[in-house]
Design a protein around this ligand. Structure first.
Ligand code: AGP
Length: 594
């Protein structure tokens, strides 16, 4: 997810481009660039933040221009991979948000026709295609170019000598802002709200031809009308797409994130990690390590891999592993890290590499340090995660672990088929949890009065209890502990009582009966109990004080729906307590120190 912008009018374009890119940095911030035309096109771009671009970029003269702030997907963050990208002549510049799937075929064709490529990006094929099809009419050349492109895109095209911008979208958002003798193009409304609140939302397949005095929308070669809308949001509201906090917005993005991450790997014929080849190459053991929320995903990963692959999986806390971990040479080590910059995880990776381990990173930030150390990196498709509390990156990490294991599952064909069906249904199951916020809000109002809370779970949901406790701690400042339900009676029972609520994750798997007896023991000690249970569970209602129901899923997928429910519980509890949810005290989104 990147941010793209365009300006055409009577003012110098650069200040609009820089300011609007700053408003879109929540969409991606690993590199940025602008291109401005005044006869010829001048480009300035680098692997820098927008505030640096503003400081160091030369003044580029011209009243028409485009800009981009990047969230790298194809080709790491660098000056040459930053956008805008140009054709061979330098007369056509393009900014793009999306992914081109048939990149290789297009690139080989263009190279065979004499086009030179300078970057590793997929985007660079677009200006070259436009150059190939240009015959005096820019919008027609863009239409021809996009007819051969497969994938998702929102683009803005600038051409030297052309007093217009051409914009197009498919599976990526794009809007046109209407000004007075100037017009604006952007990925999202925050970019233009300083200048206008009159907006046209481009629809799938639309091509916008924008001059300073006119906006024409074409579709399949003919002109169409699009309604003008008035945006009433503030810029901050718009960046959060109307949600009050980035955390809530990111929680609600999870159905799409699950679809995108699964989509990335289910469409590829190649296994995520070729375990069989690695086994033939002498890999004898597997280890996952990480920190914080990523560590909890690793613990769920252990259950998934051991259940589906029947191979033992070790799990380690990266900060501990660096000092005592047994480094077995013939080990496949998987390091999970959203940011790819967590110092503890990077240190552990370097240690593993030193002893000849094969290291695979599961990361969300393309080009991050982890991806440079690892032998192979599997990217989650969660997009930028702004809120310090990790939410969508957790479920995206689980999707990669499910796909990694399902590829080699020992399960029989019927179970495998039902699991694949369930995976495809997960986005809608998560949507059901999101639509069930009311009961979670009530439980949050109740929970917000307490200072000490336990989360309990068993089996694959024990790590979810740890994650639920971490989320509540991070954003609401309530002291919360996640515990394996069976462990509570070995000590923490001493803390139970009216002032210590317990959140029990009750999955319909082989731990169900044991969880029910634990709940009875807890109720006997007068602790208020909130149960997280599957819809249709007739028993739990009679035991718990409140029940948050989640949709029925195969038990192996229950961590996904349960985690989303607990993310919402933490969010609303923190909201009740008036906490600074997105940027809690004493924490950082990426912990780059040991
Ligand atoms: C989770 O909400 C926290 N932000 C923190 O525990 C985080 O998961 C941990 O610092 C690991 O970060 P990483 O995934 O970027 O390596």
């Amino acid at each position: 997810m990147c941010g793209i912008v365009g300006y055409i009018g009577e003012k110098q374009a650069q200040s609009f481009l820089v300011n609007s890119l700053r408003r879109l940095e929540y969409r991606g911030y690993d590199s940025c660039g602008i291109a401005v035309a005044d006869g010829s096109i001048e480009v300035y771009k680098d692997a820098i933040r927008v505030e640096t671009l503003e400081r160091v970029a030369p003044q580029l003269g011209g009243k028409v221009g485009i800009g981009h702030t990047r969230w790298a997907t194809c080709g790491g963050p660098s000056q040459v991979n930053a956008h805008p990208h140009c054709d061979c002549t330098g007369n056509i510049a393009v900014v793009h948000n999306g992914v081109i799937n048939n990149l290789q075929g297009l690139k080989q064709q263009l190279i065979s026709e004499g086009h030179n490529f300078v970057s590793e990006t997929d985007t660079e094929v677009i200006p070259h295609l436009i150059e190939k099809y240009y015959n005096g009419n820019l919008e027609k050349a863009v239409e021809a170019a996009l007819r051969v492109v497969e994938g998702s895109y929102a683009i803005v095209v600038l051409m030297a000598g052309e007093p217009k911008l051409v914009a197009a979208r498919k599976d990526s958002p794009l809007i046109i802002g209407i000004g007075d003798r100037e017009n604006f193009i952007a990925s999202d409304v925050p970019a233009i709200l300083d200048y206008t609140n009159r907006v046209i939302y481009l629809e799938e397949g639309d091509i916008g031809v924008v001059t300073k005095d006119s906006i024409k929308i074409r579709r399949d070669g003919t002109e169409v009308d699009r309604e003008e809308h008035k945006v009433l949001w503030s810029i901050e509201e718009a960046q959060k797409a109307g949600y009050e906090h980035f955390m809530l917005k990111e929680i609600h993005e999870q159905p799409k994130v699950i679809r995108d991450t699964l989509g990335e790997y289910t469409s590829s014929a190649e296994p995520v990690v070729d375990l069989m080849r690695l086994r033939d190459e002498g890999i004898e053991s597997m280890l996952i390590l990480a920190c914080g929320t990523s560590y909890h995903a690793a613990l769920v990963g252990k259950y998934i891999v051991e259940e589906l692959l029947r191979i033992p999986m070790m799990v380690e806390i990266a900060s501990e592993f660096s000092y005592y971990g047994q480094t077995l040479a013939r080990t496949l080590a998987i390091v999970i890290t959203q940011s790819g910059e967590t110092a503890d995880s990077l240190k552990a990776m370097k240690r593993l590499k030193e002893v000849g381990c094969r290291v695979v990173a599961i990361a969300n930030v393309v080009g991050s340090s982890a991806s440079r150390i690892a032998d192979q990196t599997i990217y989650t498709k969660a997009g930028p995660e702004i809120s310090v509390a990790a939410t969508k990156s957790f479920t995206a990490q689980l999707m990669v672990l499910y796909w990694l294991a399902i590829g080699y599952s020992k399960a029989d064909a019927r179970r495998l088929a039902s699991m694949l069906l369930e995976l495809r249904q997960l986005p809608s199951k998560v949507q059901q949890v999101l639509d069930n916020e009311d009961i979670i809000l009530q439980c949050a109002r109740y929970l917000s009065k307490y200072e000490n809370v336990f989360f309990i779970g068993r089996g694959i949901n024990f790590p979810v209890a740890l994650e639920g406790a971490l989320k509540l701690k991070e954003v609401s400042y309530i002291h919360a502990e996640g515990y394996a339900a069976g462990e509570l009676k070995h000590g923490p029972f001493a803390l139970l009582g009216e002032n210590t609520p317990v959140i029990a994750i009750v999955a319909r798997d082989n731990t169900y009966e044991a969880m029910l007896s634990n709940i009875k023991e807890i109720k006997a000690r007068k602790s208020p109990l909130i149960a997280l249970a599957e819809e249709g569970d007739e028993v739990i209602g009679s035991l718990a004080d409140s029940v948050i129901t989640v949709p029925q899923v195969d038990a192996i997928f229950s961590p996904v729906v349960n985690a989303v429910a607990l993310q919402l519980l933490a969010y609303y509890t923190a909201k009740e307590r008036g906490c600074p949810i997105d940027f809690p005290r004493n924490l950082a989104k990426s912990v780059t120190v040991e």
